[in-house]
Design a protein around this ligand. Structure first.
Ligand SMILES: *[C@@H]1O[C@H](CO)[C@@H](O)[C@H](O)[C@H]1NC(C)=O
Ligand SMILES: *[C@@H]1O[C@H](CO)[C@@H](O)[C@H](O)[C@H]1NC(C)=O
Ligand SMILES: *[C@@H]1O[C@H](CO)[C@@H](O)[C@H](O)[C@H]1NC(C)=O
Ligand SMILES: *[C@@H]1O[C@H](CO)[C@@H](O)[C@H](O)[C@H]1NC(C)=O
Ligand SMILES: *[C@@H]1O[C@H](CO)[C@@H](O)[C@H](O)[C@H]1NC(C)=O
Length: 384
């Protein structure tokens, strides 16, 4: 948990939320003191952007079929800024008018759909729907939300392919789709966007990691618990300027950990499994590395300082590999196929896609663990 919370993104998110809360608070206080009441009346009822928000939120309420905590019971009437979970603030380019800038329905336990009318909420900077029971697909109309900065849809029941509409959101910085039922491939464009955080773990995404990961600015990439297969392409080095956490556990990735991971000089947390070959020294000498979890792989060799991470003060988990000198390794039976067909990680390069093993494990599927109990805490949905 700590590692993720130390990241700048949630802080920024919190700050924005705080600002939103403050602006709401200020308005309530202002209203209570009768101060700027006329202005407030004007701004709450008569601007076209709030009217569009009213249409959108009423349309949404109509497709919310369960609301056990009565979050939406006050979603009545045109004063949308008073609705539970709806946050208004001054419009960016027109400070005199109020607009709906945030939706925070985290842990509301709502069940229903997202209607096309959400595309009318063009002033939204934040959507937080963590831990609800929303289902169906993400409407294409959200591509209309040109100010959207944070989109948290985690821990719902959304289905369908990766919601490509998010790729056209110019301001999007934080994308959290974890714990849903999205399926199919991740589009390469996802890794080309100027995102700070990409959480797509615990879905049904499949296919391989795109071969060319270029132009990414993400500091946190969590794709764990999906069924990708293939290998990790050397172009992961294109994340060098930004990447701090890379969690690949239980993604059916096989092959080598590319030595290019050694270029990710900001990397603090690295966790992956089912890879084989050697643990490259370049990774173990990374200056910021503080936690290197590589349990449940098939590593049979460690280079240089990797053999003694304690000496660098790095927290590590090397259990359940095939490392001859280390305790708590896999059994001989599990390791033999790997040891009999050693991989030269400097020769065999992941070309992306199916990679060197054509997407299949280098050993019989029987020896590949179906799952791993090692779940890093930052995989769990947050309460941002
Ligand atoms: C929600 O409202 C219904 C009907 O007014 C009421 O029976 C129920 O107790 C309320 N639930 C909560 C959690 O407040
Ligand atoms: C997109 O936003 C504009 C206002 O900027 C609005 O007129 C239009 O109806 C919206 N489109 C959709 C599909 O919601
Ligand atoms: C591993 O990922 C699959 C999806 O590919 C999921 O069904 C399974 O529950 C995950 N295992 C664990 C231990 O989380
Ligand atoms: C690891 O390094 C530390 C300090 O540099 C040393 O005390 C320890 O003996 C080394 N352990 C092994 C297994 O080489
Ligand atoms: C290191 O990271 C792994 C995976 O994220 C996590 O499970 C583990 O608790 C972390 N260890 C420490 C000491 O922070």
């Amino acid at each position: 948990m700590a590692s993720f919370w130390l990241n700048p993104i949630p802080f920024r998110a919190l700050l924005i939320l705080l600002l939103l809360h403050l602006s709401c608070l200020f308005n309530n206080v202002a209203a209570k003191h009768g101060y700027s009441a006329r202005h407030s009346h004007h701004s709450h009822t008569s601007n076209r952007r709030l009217q569009r928000a009213y249409i959108a939120l009423q349309a949404w309420k109509r497709v919310i079929f369960s609301d056990p905590n009565n979050f939406t019971s006050n979603w009545v009437g045109p004063n949308v800024c008073k609705y539970t979970g709806i946050y208004c603030t001054a419009a960016l380019e027109e400070p005199k008018i109020k607009v709906v800038a945030g939706i925070d329905l985290n842990f509301a336990d709502l069940a229903g759909f997202l209607p096309d009318e959400l595309g009318l909420l063009t002033d939204l900077a934040l959507i937080h729907l963590n831990s609800n029971r929303f289902c169906g697909i993400i409407p294409q109309t959200i591509s209309n939300l040109s100010l959207l900065y944070e989109l948290d849809l985690s821990n719902n029941r959304f289905v369908g392919p990766f919601p490509s509409a998010v790729l056209s959101l110019p301001m999007l910085s934080y994308l959290d789709l974890r714990y849903n039922e999205f399926e199919g491939p991740l589009p390469p464009e996802l890794f080309q966007k100027k995102l700070d955080a990409i959480f797509v773990n615990n879905n049904r995404f499949s296919n391989v990691i795109p071969a060319i990961l270029s132009g990414s600015t993400a500091s946190v990439v969590v794709i764990a618990n999906n069924n990708f297969g293939g290998c990790l392409p050397p172009s992961i080095s294109n994340f060098a300027e930004t990447l701090e956490e890379l969690l690949l556990i239980n993604t059916s990735l096989t092959g080598c950990l590319p030595p290019e991971v050694g270029y990710l000089y900001k990397l603090r947390v690295l966790a992956h499994n089912m890879m084989s070959g050697l643990v490259p020294d370049g990774v173990c000498v990374l200056p910021s590395l503080s936690n290197f979890t590589f349990s449940y792989n098939f590593f049979c060799e460690e280079e240089g300082i990797c053999m003694n991470l304690t000496s660098r003060g790095i927290a590590f988990d090397d259990r359940r590999n095939c490392l001859p000198e280390k305790p708590l390794q896999r059994s001989k039976e599990e390791c033999n196929p790997v040891l009999e067909h050693p991989v030269d990680c400097y020769e065999e390069r992941c070309a992306g896609g199916g990679g060197i093993f054509g997407g299949a494990a280098p050993f019989g599927p029987a020896v590949v663990p179906a799952a791993t109990p090692m779940l890093p805490p930052s995989i769990a949905p947050s309460s941002t």
